[in-house]
Ligand binder design. Structure first.
Ligand code: PAF
Length: 280
């Protein structure tokens, strides 16, 4: 694996590789790598000549300074994991390299970023879009791989690619879960042992929503699941919603022709966790 920390060096190297006819599979990350990331990488490695990974804890997507400070950083462990999946290129810039000037760009994603994560984390998706566009410009990947755990992020990135006409295939990859159902996330390592034990309640409740969909309409089901989350005082619910998988707007009734996903964000102690489940 070759590691680059500057834009000039990585683009020069990748331009040579592209001139030699190599295809590039790209997995952007913020590090603290877990099995979910590694599955994206294994798939990217299989489907492309070169696997390129970026690690950059992107300050402009954090709407909370404390969250940015607390975000786990595990560079040595990450390097070992990257070697294990035979990563070819690691791009690990610092904030000065990525943002030499103040960032002012404002994207308009319509209603897509007004709900769920967008409503609770103002500016978050604008920051994600800024860094992803910049990384795509630097790496020029053929394919880029994103996990479906960040379901809304995936929708925003697809929209960004369409709006900016970026020639890259976005490859969505299924959520990877721990054996007890907890969705893999870099934030899981911030949970205490006690919190980690109760965290699978999130997925268990999402599965309950999926099961009940055959017996109850969307609006009462939404309220029932909100009540279950709110009834468990170990968690603090931020939102639970059942949405159209393309527009991300809440649905009011079932329609087997409309892809439907239930999404949740909860706090467990000081850790904010998100998850989702496909209902239709
Ligand atoms: O999903 C993440 O880890 C980040 O939001 C991403 C896509 C790497 C942009 O910083």
């Amino acid at each position: 694996m070759i590691t680059f920390s500057t834009i000039n060096e990585v683009t020069e190297y990748l331009n040579q590789q592209k001139a030699a006819g190599k295809s590039i599979g790209f997995v952007p990350t913020m590090g603290a790598l877990h099995k979910g990331h590694l599955e994206l990488m294994q798939r990217a490695k299989k489907e492309n000549d070169l696997l390129v990974v970026s690690i950059f804890v992107n300050p402009v997507q954090f709407n909370n300074a404390d969250d940015l400070k607390k975000y786990p950083r595990t560079p040595d462990e990450d390097n070992r994991k990257l070697e294990r999946v035979h990563c070819d290129v690691l791009f690990a810039p610092d904030a000065g390299e990525m943002y030499p000037e103040k960032v002012t760009k404002q994207y308009d994603f319509g209603q897509l970023d007004k709900v769920m994560e967008g409503a609770f984390r103002p500016g978050h998706f604008n920051g994600v879009a800024i860094v992803v566009k910049k990384l795509f410009d630097i790496i020029s990947p053929d394919r880029a791989y994103f996990g479906e755990k960040d379901f809304q992020q995936l929708a925003i990135i697809k929209k960004l690619v369409a709006m900016e006409k970026i020639p890259v295939d976005i490859v969505p990859c299924p959520i990877v879960r721990e054996p007890d159902g907890l969705a893999m996330s870099s934030r899981n390592r911030l949970l205490t042992a006690e919190e980690r034990k109760i965290a699978p309640f999130i997925y268990k409740t999402l599965k309950e929503a999926k099961l009940r969909r055959n017996h109850i309409c969307a609006n009462p089901l939404r309220q029932m699941i909100i009540n279950i989350f709110e009834g468990n005082k170990q968690f603090r619910l931020e939102y639970f919603d059942i949405v159209n998988d393309e527009t991300l707007q809440p649905i009011n009734g079932w329609n087997n022709k409309v892809g439907t996903v239930a999404c949740v964000a909860v706090w467990l102690g000081n850790v904010r966790l998100i998850d989702n489940i496909r209902i239709i």
